[in-house]
Design a protein around this ligand. Structure first.
Ligand code: ISE
Length: 335
């Protein structure tokens, strides 16, 4: 029995997921794709046998054979697409951010509360990355003692033309927010954002890079350098410092070449390359759980928490002062 998937949004991530479902994910196939760009969606559908193209997400979600929905449209379009899927009680994998603001995420939580079950997984794919998993195992086993700091570096070679200063926090640092919550098993309670004079490589008006400080409920501190026009490649690093040791991931030294009197390696240029395995495993796990009508990855609560932290981060970036995160109490469904 194959799971029929509707993919909403056929930009960079949506097209990559369509390719992935065809190439590396068993037990599932794409039966519908939707994108407001009619030419683009037709071209993507043409590459998949039996996939129908739509410009309207509602029509794609209601198409025959759709058992689950993968949402990869821009953040502001997520809420509507999720609610459409939930109306039909379909399992959802939604790219991050779940919603750009906590209010939208709360409406998703409310829709799941009415259904009485969780159907939404958020695309925090770092939880499926082998290095992150090892770090989490080490921390959980107490291998470096109580964590004091996470020092994170998040660099993109270049930002796309539509990228804004808010997106450095809401679209990029949101990954570190989720990774920190997951690795530490704590909530983020306060955010401070420092913005140096922008890099001259950053597009006009973009506050890039930035330093984001997160405080957590267990008294740890997470510092994140976000630099989305670093020029040289895609790098995501994390060093955990605990009371009795430290551990580092993301050096990317999978292969070191020594030749011609030099040593060196390659730096991935893009997240679809660096996290290719994580994306594959994420979608496979989602498909396996969705086939049983379940969610076993990061859920809507995780999406809400990240949105609440992002909201505090945006306020902190504007005001320049430390801003506390406001969150509702965790509903029973998510405990
Ligand atoms: C993008 O949306 C991602 O999710 C990438 O992982 C991140 O590195 C990038 O900065 C975001 O724009």
């Amino acid at each position: 029995n194959t799971l029929g998937i509707a993919v909403i949004g056929t930009g960079k991530m949506g097209a990559d997921h369509v390719r992935r479902i065809g190439a590396t994910v068993g037990g599932a196939r794409v039966v519908a794709v939707a994108d407001p760009d009619a030419e683009r969606v037709k071209a993507v559908a043409a590459g998949v046998e039996g996939a129908a193209a739509f410009t309207d997400p509602a029509a794609a979600t209601a198409a025959p054979g759709v058992d689950a929905v993968l949402i990869a449209s821009p953040g502001p379009a997520h809420e509507e697409a999720i609610l459409l899927a939930l109306e039909r009680e379909l399992p959802v994998l939604c790219e991050k951010p779940l919603t750009p603001d906590p209010e939208g995420a709360l409406r998703v939580l409310e829709a799941e509360r009415r259904l009485g079950r969780r159907l939404v997984q958020v695309g925090f794919m770092r939880r499926f990355d082998a290095e992150y998993e090892r770090l989490k195992e080490l921390l959980d086993a107490g291998g470096i003692g109580r964590p004091l700091f996470l020092h994170c570096r998040h660099r993109n070679a270049a930002s796309p033309s539509f990228f804004t200063s808010d997106m450095l926090i809401g679209d990029s640092v949101v990954h570190e927010v989720d990774a920190a919550r997951w690795l530490l098993g704590q909530e983020v309670t306060a955010v401070t954002v420092l913005s140096p004079r922008p890099s001259s490589a950053a597009p006009e008006g973009l506050s890039d890079p930035r330093l984001v400080l997160l405080e957590t409920s267990g008294g740890a501190i997470v510092d994140v350098e976000i630099f989305v026009n670093c020029g040289f490649g895609y790098q995501v690093r994390c060093e955990a410092v605990g009371e009795s040791g430290s551990a580092r991931i993301g050096d990317g030294h999978a292969m070191v070449v020594e030749a011609g009197g030099r040593w060196g390696g390659e730096i991935a240029q893009d997240f679809t390359t660096r996290f290719a395995d994580a994306y594959d495993r994420q979608v496979r796990r989602w498909v396996a759980a969705a086939a049983r009508g379940r969610v076993d990855g990061p859920d809507a609560w995780d999406g809400y928490a990240a949105a609440a932290v992002a909201e505090a981060g945006l306020a902190a970036a504007r005001s320049g002062v430390r801003t506390e995160v406001r969150m509702v109490e965790r509903p029973g469904l998510y405990r």
